[in-house]
Design a protein around this ligand. Structure first.
Ligand code: HSE
Length: 400
């Protein structure tokens, strides 16, 4: 019998209980044992809730109960969640979580603690919501040298960009929608400034490349500078704008970044819209493999947490083997990365742009006095040097 405690009865926590209760029989059958929720920890009361009798306010009730072998941490943040996770692991209770902030900050330490105590720290739901990606990276793709990861891994920003493009809706209104649908982080700055993707790509890259990519080392730009006008130019380019998290391994060097990119219809990520997420993994012998699904939201995220619960229940007293080692992975400078750039410049003319940037693909300006174009392939360093002489309204990198 595997008794589960859920820490935090918010969106994800209540989803975890719902998934386990909805599929209880099927889960028990597949695990070959009974898996059930024994406690729900929350500071609040939930009068009338069907699982009201499981609510406890004192975490020690859970930590001191030897019957509880699996703890789902759905509190978020890196304060109490970190302390409770450490306590649970040091008592040999496996912890399953969707808390990417905690995983990105303390992953190696918590994985080591789990190993020491013959239990597991699992976080399938931390990247890509309901998409199975963490486990595939650590099982089905073990034979591969991953050479690139490229993903739309934030549901909130993908939802916002999709609505801006298709409905011409303004940023603030769509953000409110995303929050009311339960996609956004408590502080939406993490979504719109790209910090959420920064953590997720750091986690995925650590798993794919084997050593720790520290999220703060990943250069990150969010979507706050993207406007409806940028999307008007996208129509001319038959393209769209997506916030991408990416990392790659090339000539013995590792690179990572988070930024909005222009994607043309040829990209397999072009049609990934609304809250959906997708991660394109390129292996040296496999080639491309894309993982697609609901990237945020109560039940998809909870479903991924419950997949971890099942893995723990099937492996009592064991540590599930992983690929993430604590040694730091050094990321190389992106200044030499080569690509094309979509650029909008104010107070300039076509001639001046051509003299400075060389051959460019000019676009029809949506404003008088603005020049918009796509450069030829150049390094980030060259782009910055040349662009510094102009009044740049916006620049978005071309994905290919
Ligand atoms: N705020 C996150 C997102 C939740 O929008 O993707 C899932 O990690």
């Amino acid at each position: 019998m595997a008794k589960v405690a859920v820490l935090g009865y918010g969106t994800v926590g209540s989803g975890i209980v719902e998934v386990i209760k909805t599929n209880q029989e099927l889960i028990n059958q597949r695990v070959g044992d009974e898996v059930d929720v024994k406690y729900i920890l929350d500071l609040r009361e939930f009068p009338g809730d069907p699982y009201e009798d499981m609510i406890v306010h004192d975490v020690n009730v859970i930590m001191d109960d030897p019957e509880v072998t699996i703890v789902c941490e759905a509190m978020g943040g890196i304060g109490a969640a970190y302390q409770f996770t450490k306590t649970a692991l040091s008592k040999g209770k496996s912890v399953c979580t969707s808390n990417k902030a905690l995983v990105a900050e303390y992953g190696p330490e918590l994985l080591a603690l789990a190993k020491e105590n013959h239990c597991s720290y699992l976080f399938e739901a931390s990247c890509g919501g309901g998409i199975p990606i963490i486990r595939p990276l650590q099982t089905c793709l073990l034979q591969e040298q991953v050479v690139a990861l490229k993903g739309i891994i934030n549901g909130t920003t993908n939802y916002i960009l999709t609505k801006m493009e298709l409905e011409g809706a303004d940023f603030e209104t769509v953000l409110k929608d995303a929050q009311s649908l339960g996609y956004a982080e408590a502080n939406p700055e993490a979504d719109i400034e790209g910090y959420d993707v920064q953590r997720k790509i750091a986690i995925l890259s650590s798993l794919a490349f084997g050593n720790t990519v520290f999220y703060k080392d990943v250069p990150t730009e969010g979507i706050t500078k993207i406007t409806i006008d940028d999307f008007k130019y996208m129509k001319q380019l038959k393209a769209t704008i997506k916030l991408l998290g990416m990392s790659r391994y090339e000539d013995g060097k590792y690179f990572a970044m988070v930024a909005p990119f222009v994607l043309t219809k040829e990209s397999p990520l072009y049609n990934v819209s609304d809250v959906m997420n997708a991660i394109l993994v390129t292996g040296n012998t496999l080639g491309d493999s894309m993982f697609y699904g609901a990237g945020a939201g109560k039940l998809p995220t909870a479903s991924a947490v419950v997949s971890d619960v099942i893995e723990c229940a099937m492996n009592p007293g064991k540590t599930i083997k992983g690929t993430w080692k604590p040694e730091k992975l050094e990321l190389s400078d992106l200044s030499d990365a080569k690509r094309r750039f979509f650029v909008r410049i104010a107070n300039a003319n076509e001639e001046a742009v051509k003299v400075a940037f060389g051959h460019v693909q000019m676009l029809e300006p949506v404003y008088d006095g603005e020049v918009a174009f796509v450069t030829d392939v150049m390094t980030e360093r060259s782009y910055k040097d040349i662009a510094s002489a102009f009044d740049v309204v916006n620049m978005i990198r071309m994905d290919s």
